[in-house]
Write a protein that binds this ligand. Structure first.
Ligand code: PEP
Length: 250
């Protein structure tokens, strides 16, 4: 049982249709129970469902975020993109930036920095994803990569109060493999140490993401430095997502 707030960010990636929204009612009911009052649930569905989610979750404690945004602050000729102002206007509170699936398709640390700055200026909270890939881990470069992603991604950003880090080793995403307890704890502590140097804020949140499921969440929750989870695959299954929340607080 934990007394700290814990985040449960559901990243639906490119999955989900309007018919799937009905099942969210069960998560809404769960969020009303006292036992789960410290659960901060954030749904990040694909752009096509954002408005429906905002409507459905309006009078609840559950919040909504987008999975990415364009770095421009104005409208413009960017086919297929939406910017953080549009996301904010829709009623979203969060945006995921720097997800490894987007880094792989071209998001550099510099572009991520622009996206973060613009999104903060539009009063969105940032779910800033970072993590090493398998080759970097094998070559003992994890800490160097994490430091570089943080320093470049948050370059010239003084106020990081609205930035939540999600540490997601790339080799763990969707693979069913989670880092060993000690390795995870050390990396989370390392991230917190860098952030503490950058900012006087004491309470910077660091989530873990990568193959979180109902079977491993209890163990992962034993690492007190983890402030919650970003959940991809398992969040798209309503039973698994509910189980993850329940097991964290049991
Ligand atoms: C993710 O989408 O960031 C993620 C962690 O996915 P999964 O839980 O499926 O590994």
């Amino acid at each position: 049982m934990t007394n700290k707030y814990k985040y449960f960010v559901a990243n639906w990636k490119m999955f989900g249709e309007t018919k799937n929204i009905k099942s969210i009612s069960r998560v809404i009911e769960l969020s009303k129970l006292r036992k789960f009052s410290k659960a901060k649930i954030v749904y990040c569905p694909p752009y096509t469902l954002l408005y429906e989610f905002v409507k459905k979750l309006k009078k609840t404690k559950i919040e909504v975020g987008a999975q990415d945004c364009h770095e421009a602050n104005t409208n413009g000729p960017f086919t297929g993109s939406i910017n953080s102002k549009m996301i904010k206007n829709l009623g979203c509170k969060y945006v995921i930036i720097g997800h490894s699936e987007n880094r792989i398709s071209g998001d550099t640390n510099e572009l991520i920095n622009k996206k973060i700055k613009i999104s903060l200026s539009n009063n969105l909270k940032i779910l800033f994803c970072l993590g090493e890939n398998f080759k970097e881990k094998k070559n003992n470069k994890t800490k160097r990569i994490l430091a570089s992603q943080i320093n470049k991604g948050l370059k010239n950003i003084k106020n990081i109060e609205n930035v939540i880090i999600s540490y997601e080793p790339v080799w763990s995403i969707g693979s069913g493999i989670v880092p060993k307890h000690n390795e995870l704890k050390n990396n989370i502590l390392f991230i917190k140490k860098i952030l503490n140097k950058k900012s006087k804020l004491k309470n910077i949140k660091v989530l873990y993401g990568g193959s979180v499921n109902p079977k491993n969440v209890k163990d992962l929750s034993k690492i007190p430095q983890i402030d919650g989870f970003l959940i991809g695959g398992a969040s798209q299954n309503i039973n698994k997502f509910i189980d993850i929340i329940k097991k964290t607080f049991n």
